[in-house]
Design a binder for this molecule. Structure first.
Ligand code: F3S
Length: 291
């Protein structure tokens, strides 16, 4: 029996980079904080907590942390910004408190920050297409130098009226659905606004979905690894179910109760964006040994 792991399963480039940064910084012996959990995976966050990494949950908690400029200890505080990024004023708040700030914002997200900062500085009105409650969107909004709106749905795009006489710069959440973004862009263009579109959607999600579909279509069983609250893992499960009846969704190895038909030749494995490599390898080994 063959086991096929979907290329791009698990951490995307930006999340891997941020998590690696935390492990690297731990080597320095400094006190490490992350602003928000570094990745939406309880196991990883727990492991890091055991190694001494603390999480600053929100802005209020950041405000309450001490101002380090009065302390002589250079190891007192390092804060790592996760891949989603943060609003400019949050970063400034960290710096003003004398904290060492290590920016692990994904370069693709940072590119959006630079775009909206520059374009809004030139007088453009910024329109962000994405989920307004998502930290990535809050970060992007926080880098604008002027007015900004956020829309998420086709209905909102239909109703949207930008300020008169303003040029509109449109960017998207990196994980936004490409087809939906195109529909929204078409609606805005049809309204005859002066629109400049910057496609900021990252391919990592789309590539993972496409490769998952390909493997699942040929597999006798498919294992999807991901957190129960992970929307991208749920999407992978949905894709697999469409083409492979024996699809299993697991959070940890303990959930895996595979019932494979004797004739099974190919088992595929895929994983959501927050699934660490270690877990993917464990599942792979388990299947290899037990079947
Ligand atoms: Fe990941 Fe960065 Fe893309 S965080 S999903 S590689 S924008």
């Amino acid at each position: 029996m063959e086991i096929r792991l979907v290329a791009g399963a698990g951490f995307c480039f930006g999340v891997k980079r941020a998590v690696d940064t935390v492990y690297e910084q731990l080597q320095t012996g400094k006190t490490i904080y992350t602003y928000g959990p570094i990745v939406h995976n309880e196991e990883v966050v727990k492991e890091l907590a055991e190694l001494g990494v603390r999480v600053i949950e929100n802005r209020q908690e950041l405000e309450r942390l001490p101002d380090l400029r009065s302390l002589a200890d250079p190891r007192a505080g390092t804060v790592i910004i996760r891949a989603h990024g943060v609003p400019r004023e949050v970063q400034q708040c960290m710096e003003q408190k004398g904290w060492e700030v290590i920016d692990a914002t994904c370069p693709f997200v940072k590119r959006i920050h630079r775009t909206v900062e520059k374009k809004s500085g030139q007088g453009d009105h910024i329109l962000v297409v994405g989920n307004p409650d998502h930290p990535e969107i809050q970060g992007i909004v926080g880098w604008c130098n002027g007015p900004v709106d956020v829309i998420e749905t086709v209905e909102e795009a239909e109703k949207y009226v930008p300020p008169e006489g303003k040029k509109l710069t449109v960017v998207a959440q990196t994980t936004f659905n490409y087809n939906k973004f195109q529909t929204i862009v078409e609606i805005l263009k049809k309204k005859g606004y002066n629109v400049s579109i910057v496609n900021t959607i990252c391919n990592a999600t789309e590539d993972r979905q496409r490769d998952t579909r390909e493997v699942a279509a040929n597999a006798d069983a498919m294992i999807v690894i991901g957190g129960k609250h992970s929307s991208n893992a749920a999407k992978l499960y949905e894709i697999c179910r469409e083409v492979c009846d024996n699809t299993y969704f697991i959070q940890t190895l303990d959930d895996l109760h595979l019932e494979l038909p004797k004739s099974a030749r190919l088992v595929g494995i895929t994983a959501g964006a927050s699934t660490p490599n270690k877990l993917i390898e464990e599942v792979q080994n388990y299947v290899r040994i037990n079947f």
